[in-house]
Design a protein around this ligand. Structure first.
Ligand code: FMN
Length: 446
């Protein structure tokens, strides 16, 4: 490529032979709009059609659950075991809508583990019976002590990941991403705070990573060598006692031996707001752009065979170009900007804009409530407001309506209230989950 300017438009060839048409990716963003059986809906079609038209070479779905009892949100899609004809038809339609523009569309597969939504199921599962100290506090985001998984259950979950991968390949998705970031089940096994096991899944980083490594191998076996298999990891958990830097590097080295097609690097979990601003008490102040770039550099040195994607806070074209050019990062992951401006990648590539919108700086409490941010809980709520604004915009797009492009039409607090009710309603509408006891679903009468 002759100049820096065109680097983002350059196709990327993956180890499996697939080619991504440019370097921009819409990162996974939970949609919350599945039906009462956690199946894809027509709303998903609108949403992914607009993202496909938006110009990113790669779209990654919001987390789709491999075990329906452990949802991250009540409206997640689940691909759990054998799928009926109706669900297969809906998945085929979704794959078709999301690949309209010739882009790739991968499904992110996940298990929520100890971060299971308590509205649906209070009893999550994890490496050990240690509950997540959710940063938003017990009142706003309660967490419960998970049950420790035994090794038979672990192999069962590994099969669930590979079975789901087979389904999504058959239904026309063009790749799979295994979610091992942000504190969900696979990621929690890597986190020394959450994993105190003394069997083959606990202790050294090699042991703590073995659930993940077996999952990758099993997924690869299910989809074959020509189908993209990727993973999302935390380069840092951004909490005291979380994945140490030297172990993150060792993890990178282990993953590099597994024939993956892309490793996406992110950070944080429910115990830190780093996912959305890179900040944490353990890892210093908030970074304005490319939150995890510094931490990712040491991994890049160890990961020599697998393409890398960096996600978190990337907004301006010049920084994206520099990162791809000089930091040997292959893909740029983008989240929040594409909720308000789904055509952002296209506009960046056509040089009609030089930066994606920073909604995180715009969407906030109303003026009279801004004082709340002097408290740390206020800062968390402020980030949550942007998150709920994103959810709200996903809903607008899923109905074929116009999103709040300039971030002025939909007020943060309004989105927060709306989405809170939306998820409660979803939780109470779920069917066929009789064995779950949630704060809303199948709640026990006192
Ligand atoms: C509305 C929303 C939903 C998200 N859902 C997921 C998800 O399902 N899986 C995941 O790995 N990350 C999820 N994330 C995190 C994003 O993929 C991304 O890592 C994060 O937003 C930082 O990128 P950004 O600064 O470009 O937004 C979500 C983020 C947002 C804002």
């Amino acid at each position: 490529m002759s100049s820096n300017e065109d680097i983002l438009a350059k196709p990327l060839s993956l180890p499996c032979g697939a080619v991504i048409q440019n370097r921009l990716c819409k990162s996974a963003m939970t949609e919350g709009i599945a039906d009462e059986y956690n199946r894809a809906t027509d709303e998903h079609l609108h949403l992914y059609k607009s993202w496909s038209e938006g110009g990113a070479g790669l779209l990654i779905s919001g987390n789709i659950q491999v075990d329906r009892r452990y949802l991250e949100r009540p409206g997640n899609i689940a691909i759990d075991g054998n799928q009926d004809e109706e669900q297969l038809r809906r998945l085929r339609n979704l794959a078709e809508a999301g690949t309209k523009n010739g882009n790739h569309f991968w499904v992110q597969l996940s298990h929520a583990g100890r971060q299971t939504d308590p509205k649906v199921n209070k009893f999550g599962v994890g490496p050990s019976a240690i509950k997540s100290r959710n940063i938003a506090g017990q009142k706003i985001s309660p967490s419960f002590t998970p049950r420790e998984l035994d090794s038979k259950e672990i192999s069962n979950i590994i099969h669930k990941f590979s079975d789901a991968s087979r389904v999504l390949k058959e239904t026309g998705f063009t790749g799979v991403q295994i979610h091992s970031a942000h504190g969900y089940l696979l990621s929690s096994f890597l986190n020394p705070n959450a994993n105190k096991r003394d069997d083959e899944y606990g202790g050294t980083i090699q042991n703590r990573a073995s659930f993940l490594i077996h999952t990758i191998r099993s997924v690869r076996k299910a989809v074959g060598k020509d189908f993209p298999v990727s993973i999302k990891i935390n380069v840092t958990d951004c909490v005291k006692g979380g994945l140490p830097p030297e172990e993150a590097i060792e993890l990178g080295h282990l993953l590099d031996q597994e024939g993956l097609d892309l490793i996406e690097m992110s950070g944080g979990n429910y115990e830190s707001i780093a996912i959305l601003d890179g900040s944490s008490k353990a890892h210093g102040d908030k970074v304005k752009e490319a939150y995890f770039l510094e931490t990712s550099k040491s991994l890049r040195e160890k990961i020599t065979k697998t393409p890398l994607m960096l996600t978190g806070g990337l907004r301006s074209r010049s920084i994206m170009e520099r990162i791809v050019n000089s930091e040997s990062i292959d893909m740029i992951g983008i989240g929040r900007p594409l909720c308000g401006l789904p055509s952002g990648p296209k506009l960046l590539l056509e040089k009609k804009i030089s930066s994606l919108p920073r909604y995180e700086d715009k969407i906030d409490f109303p003026l009279f409530l801004k004082w709340i941010k002097i408290f740390s809980i206020g800062k968390v709520l402020s980030r949550a407001t942007t998150l709920f604004w994103c959810y709200y915009n996903e809903i607008l797009l899923s109905k074929g309506e116009k999103s709040d492009e300039d971030g002025t039409r939909v007020k943060g607090l309004k989105a927060y209230n709306f989405m809170d009710k939306f998820d409660l309603k979803k939780a109470s509408s779920l069917k066929g989950l009789n064995e779950c006891e949630g704060l809303i679903l199948n709640r026990k009468k006192k």
